[in-house]
Design a protein around this ligand. Sequence first.
Ligand SMILES: CC(C)(COP(=O)(O)OP(=O)(O)OC[C@H]1O[C@@H](n2cnc3c(N)ncnc32)[C@H](O)[C@@H]1OP(=O)(O)O)[C@@H](O)C(=O)NCCC(=O)NCCS
Length: 178
Amino acid sequence: MNLSASSAITDNQLLEFAEPYGELGHQVAQLVKRCPPLDPNSTYCNLLQCEHFYSTSCSVLTTQKELVGFVSGYLLPQKPDTLFIWQVAVDPSQRGKNLGQRMMLHILSRDVCKEVQFLETTVTNDNKASIAMFSRLADFLKAPDVSKTVLFDKQKHFLGLHDSEVLFRIGPFSPPET
Ligand SMILES: CC(C)(COP(=O)(O)OP(=O)(O)OC[C@H]1O[C@@H](n2cnc3c(N)ncnc32)[C@H](O)[C@@H]1OP(=O)(O)O)[C@@H](O)C(=O)NCCC(=O)NCCS
């Protein structure tokens, strides 16, 4: 797969993959709201994400500058060889086109990730689309052995109000080709 293309034709629509810019924060918060079961965020939270963590995040915009995809991520402060993916949001109109994986590969192919060998994320056990997406990503990166441990427990961390979040750790892998 050639990752050099920063854009792709999908259903005759030109989509632009890029680092997000600060002003996108409001659109990100709206997109996340359209993507349950993601926890909704404040606009301020997503403004910070776009302002400070743009180099490890990815946006997908249509030619009309509508946001249809977003991945928020950061390098773990204690483990700079690990990219942590916080949220992956694909607008319902664009699902099933591998946009989620393509956004993560876009991030991994950047210079900021050249030392990255692991990708971590958390998923809830009932999120089949998310599990399928990360399993396919692990296959693509030739790192099919994914370790799975509970990071945030339903009772201990969420007081019974949210399902347990299971940590997926994918790797080691080599940076994807650019
Ligand atoms: C999870 C999500 C990011 C996947 O994005 P995507 O770019 O559509 O991913 P893919 O194209 O790789 O499809 C992944 C899975 O989505 C499901 N899917 C495929 N087409 C779909 C469609 N038209 N509508 C809904 N789900 C679809 C399938 O289960 C697919 O797996 P499969 O091909 O093995 O059947 C997207 O479904 C989403 O935004 N969901 C809501 C938010 C969320 O759960 N985020 C992940 C947790 S961080």
